[in-house]
Ligand binder design. Sequence first.
Ligand SMILES: [Zn+2]
Length: 184
Amino acid sequence: MLARRILAAALGAAAPAGAQLGGATPAQAAPRVLYYDASRAAEFVAVVHQGAQNWNNRVTNVRLEPVPAGQRANITVYVDNGWPRAYTQSLGNGYWYMGRQAVNQGYHPPRIAAHEFGHLLGLPDRRTGLCADLMSGSSAAISCTNAFPNAQEASRVNSNFATLQTVPLQTTGPRAYEWVTAGA
Ligand SMILES: [Zn+2]
């Protein structure tokens, strides 16, 4: 027991966190490709493609591409009459709903699509109320039509996928994100 503690202390001293960060070299490899399946998105197929394209236009370390025939999708998009919401199994893997309730209330469909893809790319909700923030979701005005991640959001997604050529996708565990906060 004591030996284990000493070993742990020695390891901690040998590899201070700052030294590791300072020594890291940004990966210059090809972007990680995530396949998405929009075939179940009914009247929102084009909107789903647009949401994916908006991310592709702003990030370099990951690309969202329609799943080729015979391949398994990382991300499946569904539609129902509820609120939009996303469920992630791990970074880059899961599914989300294009909920008609938000669309019927006037929320901009491409913004919803890009926002929900943002969850699959590892971003949480940030209910800042700002239209410039994609991840502010329904906290921004219904009239907000910004469907692109801002520089900070894009940068965070790039970091999430920066080391994936050498390191497996980290498992974040299952999570659920709702367009509208329960009880709000
Ligand atoms: Zn959300």
